[in-house]
Design a protein around this ligand. Sequence first.
Ligand code: ZN
Length: 357
Amino acid sequence: MPYPWQYDDWTRIQALREHWPHALLLYGQAGIGKVDFACELAQSLLCEQPRDDARACGQCAACTWFLQRNHPDFRLVCPEAVAAEATLLQANSDIGKNANGERTGDDDGASAGGKKSKAPSKEIRIEQVRALLDFCSIGSHRGGRRVVVLFPAEALNVAAANALLKTLEEPPSGVVFLLVSANVERLLPTIVSRCRQWPLAMPDAASASDWLRSQSIDDPAGVLAEAGGAPLAALAVARDEHAPLKRFTLEQLAAGPACDPFACGEALQKVPVPSVLGWLQRWLYDVLAMQTSGEPRYFPAHRNALKHVAQGATPLQVAQCLKRITQQRAVEQHPLNGRLVFEELFIHYRSMFGSNP
Ligand SMILES: [Zn+2]
């Protein structure tokens, strides 16, 4: 089933079935279920007894293989790091429901093994695309279409993108590419121009909230705001195991000049650096938003604290602090001493209030 907010896209996209494009680029904000939509579409394209509404039957041989993640005419390609993360998510919840499918694609990438000492790659590498081209060059096992879901397309490195480009220019008959991206502007324009582009809709607040309630999130408004309105991202926020430390962090940030950088370093040292940087970044965005428009975007529940903090620093000081966080985000995947990074950033944050006693 597509998510409730995707029914309209699902219905409209069926109009393409008469002349299905060989490459479709599904794009939209992160955390709205684009990959799930692509996999749903892939299953329906492979299904041998599709229903009247074009959805997969869920029971034919093709669907059975697909759901067991071993349909011979399907490939799912993503960076190793995404596959690893999705597997972790799946261990805690069901939102990574395509996770093992992703791994199937990766295993086929002929490159996943043998590098255990290295951090998983965040790129889709040329070895993965080459394996994909092998898959495209042999015939269909079931005599129907072959389908490739590739995400996030912006993770293709230059060599991989160029290798894929040749296939997109001269597509093998019967092969359908479904590329998924949350950052179309980071794709090679030549890739984009070879694809039929399809923007996936953002859910309205009501359907996003209803869906979160159906996932046992009692008070969805706060997490939905923090996730910029994207329901799957909001669910991840709600289920974040570090939520108590996020509360602690927000309390410290709310204390403004009285925050304790060393207590923060101590308390947060085991939290992944990108998580803490995300909290800091959203908090500072909201401080700036209070100064400019008077309305926080990510932490509306902390409106009063944000207002107080916003009065203690100038927009320029806040912007400089935000810039420092952004710089740190550029190297957040490097093996860093979290404690030292956090101490330094919170010292920077505290000094933001220095000349405004
Ligand atoms: Zn079926």
